[in-house]
Design a protein around this ligand. Sequence first.
Ligand code: MEV
Length: 309
Amino acid sequence: MFQASAPGKIILFGEHAVVYGRPAIAAPVTGVQATATVTPGRPGHGLVLELPDVGQRVAVTADSAQQPLAHLAALALHALALDPPPAWVVTVRSTIPLASGLGSGAAAATAIVTALAGAAGVALDPAQVSALVYESEKRFHGTPSGVDNTVIAYGQPVWFVRGQAPEPFALRRPLTLVIGDTGIASPTSIAVGDVRRAWQAEPARSEALFDDISETTWAARRAIEEGDGATLGRLLDRNHGALQALGVSSAELDRLCRAARQAGALGAKLSGGGRGGNMIALTAPAQASQVTAALLAAGATRAFATQIA
Ligand code: MEV
């Protein structure tokens, strides 16, 4: 009846600091995606969410507060003025690994909202989709900055500052990245909560690290605009160092970043919440397969090259 897809995402620069008002640069990753399909359901049964990847089937009711995606679907029904709820089944499938820093939750939510709007014959703009998805992000991880829902709903690289309209971001040259997965599931909420506790305990130390990340992100913006890959690589390394100091890296992420650099990457960092999940490495296009192989040899459970254009 109606199908919509949403990409995964990576944070190029600025994760965690973005929760505290600093800028971030994020980009969609089209090699992985979530897809929502709306089909007719049983009359009188209202809206049902099928999540085969996690073995769940949830009836969407006005007080679907427990399951974040069901809560999101209830909000979408309200926003789309679908009252009473139509007897539809929304089936969500995703190739984005869960809790891996690639925006699996925001992508599933974006696909659901877009598919419901399409099935209802309503056109929603990216800002409306993003605002709805932000509500479910709050369920997933407490104090989200909004960067994940924004980059996924807009489907293009963005310069993002919390509370401000996102700036779609122009790249002078496409960037070749290799994304490596530690295979360790790490919910964003845990890393974000730990960073908050450290900030409450030692605000000056955390603020200094956020400022350092902010400087790196501004410098990265200039390097991207100038097409200066070598500088961008060094800035990725610097951002990774600040994230290590914030306590959100891990031995596995550090090992994969080192392996990527040794295999010729221009720079590497963790991407997203950290602790586990994915890292990214910037490479010259010709180096991408070598870096991918090095990541797999160093223990990545999967690694793939992608272009951010
Ligand atoms: C998660 O992709 C990015 C974080 O900065 C959290 C957030 O911005 O909400 C870690």
